[in-house]
Design a protein around this ligand. Sequence first.
Ligand code: B3K
Ligand code: ZN
Length: 878
Amino acid sequence: MLMSNTTPNTIYLKDYTVPEFLISHTTLHFDLDANNTIVRSTLNVRRNPACQKDHPDLVLMGEDLSLLSIQIDGTPLTAEQYTLTDESLTIHQPRNEFVIEISNSIIPSSNTALSGLFESNAMLCTQCEAEGFRRITWFLDRPDVMSIYSVTIEANKDKYPILLSNGNRSEQRDLDNNKHAASWHDPFPKPSYLFALVAGDLACLSDTFTTCSGREIALEIYVEEHDLDKTQHAMQSLKNAMRWDEEAFGREYDLELYMIVAVSHFNMGAMENKGLNVFNTKFVLASETTATDDDYKSIEAVIGHEYFHNWSGNRVTCRDWFQLSLKEGFTVFRDQQFTAYQTSDAVKRIKDVNMLRTHQFAEDAGPLAHPIRPDQYAEINNFYTLTVYEKGAEVVRMLHTLLGEQNFRKGCDLYFDRHDGQAVTTEDFIKALEDANGVTFNQFKHWYNQAGTPIVSATTQYDSKASTYSITLKQHCPATPNQATKEPFHIPVSIGLIGENGDAITLSNDKTTTVLELLEPEQTFMFNDINSEPTPSVLRGFSAPVRLKLKLSTEQQVQLFTHDSDTFNRWEAGQNCFTEVIFNTVKAIQNKQNPPTLPPTLIEAFRLVLQAPLNDLTYQTLLLNLPSKAYLIEQMPTLDIDALYQAHHFVKHALARSLKDSWFTGYQQHHQADAGISSNDIAQRSFKNLCLSYLMALDEKKLTGLCAQQFNGAKNMTDQVAALSLLSHLDDEQSAPFFDAFYTQWKGEALVIDKWFTLQACTEKASALDSVKKLLKHPDFDMTTPNRVRSVISAFAMANPLHFNAADGSGYEFIADKIIELDRINPQIAARVTNSLSRWRKLDADRQQLVKQQLSRIQSQTALSKDVLEIVTRSLAA
Ligand code: B3K
Ligand code: ZN
């Protein structure tokens, strides 16, 4: 804890030095008790030959620990031989090689920060990434110290019949006093952040997986007994992921056992601890009645993500936390490829880009912008960001685009081979891709050290006499904190040309798509033998994380929306048209003029898509979806939230009215209350729920009745939540009975009740903030459960921009109160919520003042965590 107004200590990448000592073997003994756990650790320590320092001290990190005893090579240390502070245990000038034994106690039941060893319901479990291991015992808690772990856990047999740790089981035995012990050994050296321990009364779903080399792996998913029937999908997802990683990346699983444990109290989605993943229940548990189709998909994606870390993160890990994107960006790219393979390339790409542009671009445009490999931090947990993860994945995707599938794979094979068992840097990753292919990526590396979203402006010129078509691309990247100017990026711009009749034009590479490599601030690319002026389809597949500025006429956009063979750009054309229409409507509202009417060609193009039988109905649904309000907020230089909502409603209403019959027919054709969870059922549901949302925009009694009918007759969570979400904006008298019915039906199902909280926190009704305040008094609300906090407080701050940005500042004040309260319980979660106050520069002058007041109020609190202090300080910095 820090005193108020102190700037948190900053750690710099440039200061990195190799560790002075290494720990070859770590033996841990736990005597578990929720109120007093005794940890005994035995570390085989030796001087690091790579460190040049003479007689260094051994500085072990530790936090919130009580020291019981300490000895070296069997002899207790005298008081002069060591120094203890709140953050470290220093052994003065020890020998070159020795065994240190430390005994300490911790109190898991009071660990509400959920970092280290903590209690969740009746179980005990750990979270060590990034720096939680030091809250268990003193250690060289840094990722470049990799050690082999042997662990013994001792506990009461009734309370904790299941005792788990990393690696393979080595022994289980009974002890006196109704206790028992289990021993585990993990043969793979690992950094402390991958250590895990779980103890509890858990039920288990078991299965097996036979690897490509014929080894049989035991698979075990542990949950609380009452959730056992919701684990099948997670198990199938795990098997799919294991198979895919063998086929797509040649990666085989290494231990005899792979375990997943679902816990209710967790700061994030899941954690890739070696052989023992710990998951938020949200990303494990699913049944048709309790989980939506999207929940099913995210479970498969997260299970895949954590599994893929076994190679990209665990076997090859990060040298230091600045390299976080080495494992996270790469693993997100791998999980995206996996999901695309399991579902649809087109749909997956659109969803990922939508998320990136809505949320990561916002981060890159605000005071918290940082490169995917940051060069400084105060609290590393604040850097598990969309930039490090999602933009990091885009950077890997660009490398994949530039090298092509096969060469990219060659590079990855070399990377895994060369660095197996090592802790490395993003430079090492690039070097492996370069060496495997005999190429260099010097300029490309700016993607790692420069923050901000580049703007690429494109202009075109057609010369009918010479039959040439040229495109000029200019790049520029706005300033970001600590980086006023930038070097030009290496940007792959995938492009195709569409002829007059809508056909794709064959380009000089005999293909209809080619990748232009933009390296200079400005570059012109020429296409020959082009017989009439084409429509350009630029940045196909969103080939780089940039903002593209390209002026196309409505006719050209409609042509792309109708004919582009690139599924991403086809969707993008529709989005661009509607973005323009909505922003024109915003302007009209601001100027108190009549809103413009929708271009008839656009409505017609929409009608065609709506009525056409397409192969991929989920893709068709996306084509018909208006740009979200969140996306539009990011696109607006100065936010006018009220005008934006009005304009969005106006355009949606106009589209709903123009195509009312088709929406209605679409709904009737695809609505089947009894449908299951086949991909076709899921696609039909997404389509008809979109139709329903247009119909509800008409605000007609009969159509509200249709929605109510869907709610009442719903046999799956997707339909129930889709209907309830549409009903949630009606006045209380109309919506309350539905919320009451939902609560009565699902009381006790925590993940479903989270949805109930969220839908109320996100209502557009004027009473939103009052209901949020009421929800916090609900007996099911609990500040120590991150999922619950996210379902109400984060939902309001991040997903209800209308009321969060209320003109009187009540939204900001409320969130600031909650941040202050939360910070004393769980700093990581509090810091996440604080992000919502960072984008004040895009608000009007009055609101800017209101947010700044709240940020300063938070900053002036005593004993603020460094997590929140860092976000507040950076948010306020000029
Ligand atoms: N590596 C973890 C995230 C840890 C977050 C620590 N604050 C999950 C993941 O990205 O797979
Ligand atoms: Zn990850």
